[in-house]
Design a protein around this ligand. Structure first.
Ligand SMILES: [Zn+2]
Ligand SMILES: [Zn+2]
Ligand SMILES: [Zn+2]
Length: 137
């Protein structure tokens, strides 16, 4: 079983060709992928609605997460292992390239801890950075 098939069965999802292909496309990319990129990859093999639905399901189940690019376009990337149906727990940095506008999920050694004033409750911290990616430099 390849990784995509494994991810689907692990999360109790039916192994459909569209879901499989979405996941393997993301695995092959270093950056988070947009709808347009996915549509291009499918090249008419799946209509927009099917693609959107597959992405929503994958996001709901904690398999992929959504990140907005600085251009306002939503992109999707595979989650780390600790995301669940109820909670996305993607503790990594989102690096935004100012040239190609791609977003990269990068691991961070020490994730910051914050001390909040009394009465505040933390649900998640999002780290983001801007710069130039290795492709554009
Ligand atoms: Zn996640
Ligand atoms: Zn770039
Ligand atoms: Zn990410």
């Amino acid at each position: 079983m390849d990784r995509s098939a494994h991810l689907l069965s692990e999360h109790g999802l039916k192994n459909t060709p569209v879901r499989r292909k979405v996941l393997s496309f993301m695995e092959e990319r270093k950056h988070a992928v947009s709808h347009a990129e996915l549509e291009g990859a499918f090249n008419g093999d799946a209509d927009r609605v099917t693609l959107y639905r597959a992405l929503n399901t994958l996001e709901e189940k904690g398999i992929v997460h959504k990140v907005l690019g600085r251009d306002g376009i939503a992109r999707y990337a595979l989650c780390q292992d600790d995301c669940t149906v109820h909670r996305h727990d993607d503790q990594h940095l989102h690096f935004h390239c100012n040239t190609c506008m791609n977003v990269f999920c990068l691991a961070v050694d020490d994730y910051p801890e914050v001390n909040l004033p009394a009465g505040f409750m933390l649900s998640k911290i999002q780290l983001s950075a801007e710069g130039i990616c290795d492709n554009c430099k």
